[in-house]
Design a protein around this ligand. Structure first.
Ligand code: AMP
Length: 587
């Protein structure tokens, strides 16, 4: 194994990274650093978060900066604001001893003016989310004509988020004789397309194809009926009183619902999803980082960039659609030499996803059996006793209260006092579990599993037959109480995703619209808005344009018998995809 010096890393950088505790290069660094230090070398690296990829591209691009030339020389593109800040922060740290080197994070959701001011003062490395960078380019406040290195980090995620057009527009403005480096957790067809288009004879590197941390992670699957999903989550949390984990849900709505339920039921929980403002998201992440929140309920996208090393559990509230999301999620536990537990609360219909995940992680799920009420109560009582034993007693502060306390409790024996103290904490569990039936594992062929009406199962969109139904008919589902379900003639083939919908609403409605569930189909979509706002939304969006498309929005269900006539324009529209779609929001 080579050391950093042997890889060609400069002394100033080595000094900085040694202070961060980097003694030996990680495999991705060993492969990428010397190669990138050379000229005109493109790289495609399949590497996941936690493999040390930031330093792999960060060290060479820092080393290559000519500080005396006060113009942007390297550009790092990444999908989210959080990742953008994290990368910029890492680059600052690596360049601590390089005098005058300036790194600027550029991302949506914060003042564009201060970013423009910094750009005017001059920067060497720009770390950006595509939407905001494009905005700055259109304002003429940033020029990419001096860029020599482009890094696309989490390229798969950027493409998933619909940034393809923005990336194309950005790369069109960067000189062709640059180095391009593409990092992605997966080699999806879209990533391969981008790599083919923009990279020249790239060196291909695969690092940690299997999740690096799986050795330390137990993967446990609890197969339950839809109606038991939330109760199963509670049991898992109750059985692990010191749990510190993320619960991944599939939709923003489900994320909020589960967090609300947990809080109502007395858990230390909070939610993190794209419907929250940036300030709210920052506050939640901070609370979670300092552990004043034990359970964070999050969507995949919102949890990106949340750098927490010591999670005890990652809980999949339903399996994600693709195996890579699973490895991303669960790669967050079992880090830094610790063991972690990845849990899937799933139903039988998700078996094929389970098999695909097992293939990717190279491990079989353990079949979990949910703890009984008695087992949970046993765990909780031990925790209460443990807390009593270990609590720090501020002798001096309580000294003068003690005589009164002793007098008041004088009529109780020591045993009575103990029982009462334990009960303060413990009654909640006892009351909940007393006489409650234990949760059975779902069995193959069990009819109850087809119950789709349960709240806990609402986010599960992977049931193929169900999707087919939705693609075929236009209004398969009732809106939630208080909400109206609207149809819009834009879908995934139009690069129309939740952030585009939000942007469309923000642009065209006079006030903020509370969005409910969003169902994206290939050629059209459904979204829910509060009933009283439905008319306003219909009036505001109808006849507006999306690229070169005229937007059609209708109340879903208004014309379910007209579905065949609706399909025609969709097919036509697919041919006429918007060509220049800028200004995507970075949510
Ligand atoms: P990344 O994949 O870039 O998010 O890095 C994962 C973690 O590994 C971060 O906490 C880095 O600070 C850390 N790291 C990166 N390179 C090294 C290294 N050579 N030695 C020790 N830790 C490292």
């Amino acid at each position: 194994m080579k050391n950093f010096q042997e890889l060609g890393v400069s002394a100033e950088i080595i000094k900085a990274i040694q202070e961060l505790g980097y003694e030996h290069p990680m495999p991705v660094q060993e492969e990428v650093v010397p190669y990138l230090l050379g000229e005109n070398n493109d790289v495609v690296a399949l590497a996941q978060t936690g493999t040390g990829k930031t330093a792999a591209f960060g060290l060479p691009i820092i080393q290559k900066v000519n500080v005396d030339f006060n113009s942007p020389q390297s550009l790092v593109l990444c999908p989210t604001r959080e990742l953008c800040l994290q990368i910029a922060d890492d680059l600052h740290n690596y360049s601590k001893y390089i005098k005058g080197l300036k790194v600027l994070p550029v991302y949506g959701g914060s003042s564009i003016e201060s970013q423009i001011r910094s750009l005017k003062r001059g920067v060497h490395i720009i770390v950006a989310t595509p939407g905001r960078l494009l905005d700055l380019m259109k304002r003429g406040t940033v020029s990419l004509s001096t860029i020599q290195n482009v890094v696309m980090d989490e390229a798969d995620e950027m493409l998933n988020m619909g940034f393809t057009e923005s990336i194309n527009a950005i790369l069109a403005d960067v000189p062709k004789n640059r180095n391009t480096l593409l990092f992605s957790a997966t080699m999806s067809p879209e990533v391969a397309r981008i790599a083919k288009k923009y990279l020249q004879n790239p060196k291909e590197i695969t690092i940690g194809r299997k999740n690096e941390s799986t050795a330390n992670v137990n993967h446990v699957a609890y197969k339950v009926h839809a109606k038991d999903k939330y109760a199963a989550l509670k049991r898992i949390a109750d059985f692990n009183p010191k749990i510190y984990g993320i619960i991944f849900c599939r939709t923003r709505r489900e994320t909020q619902e589960i967090a609300d339920l947990l809080v109502k039921d007395g858990y230390s929980a909070d939610s993190l999803h794209g419907d929250l403002s940036q300030i709210q998201r920052d506050a939640v992440m901070q609370k979670f980082r300092v552990k004043s929140v034990q359970l964070l309920v999050a969507t995949d996208v919102a949890a990106r960039g949340l750098d927490v090393d010591d999670l005890s559990h990652v809980i999949n509230y339903g399996l994600p659609d693709d195996a890579e999301s699973y490895t991303h999620r669960t790669g967050r536990t079992g880090r830094a030499g610790k063991t972690g537990t990845a849990i899937a609360i799933m139903n039988l219909r998700e078996k094929s996803k389970q098999r695909e995940i097992e293939r990717i992680i190279g491990k079989k799920f353990e079949e979990g059996k949910l703890p009984t009420g008695e087992e949970i109560c046993g765990k909780q009582i031990i925790k209460v006793i443990d807390d009593i034993e270990k609590v720090k007693v501020n002798e001096e502060e309580i000294e003068h209260f003690l005589p009164e306390i002793y007098r008041k409790l004088d009529w109780l024996t020591k045993e009575d006092v103990i029982k009462r103290m334990v009960s303060i904490e413990f009654n909640r569990f006892l009351e909940y579990y007393q006489g409650r039936k234990d949760i059975e594992n779902a069995q193959d062929g069990d009819r109850r599993d087809r119950d789709r009406s349960d709240r806990g199962d609402r986010g599960d969109r992977n049931d193929r037959s169900r999707n087919r139904r939705e693609e075929g008919s236009r209004s398969p589902r009732q809106a939630d109480a208080g909400y109206s379900r609207l149809f819009i003639n834009l879908g995934k083939t139009d690069n129309f995703y939740p952030s585009e919908l939000i942007e469309l609403l923000n642009k065209n409605t006079s006030k903020r619209v509370d969005l409910g569930r969003i169902d994206l189909m290939r050629n059209f979509s459904f979204f829910e808005v509060e009933e009283r706002e439905a008319r306003m939304v219909l009036d505001s969006l109808n006849n507006k344009s999306w690229g070169d498309r005229k937007i059609v929005v209708e109340l879903a269900g208004d014309d379910s018998n007209k579905s065949s006539s609706r399909k025609r324009p969709d097919r036509e529209n697919r041919e006429r995809r918007p060509k220049n779609k800028y200004g995507k929001s970075n949510r």
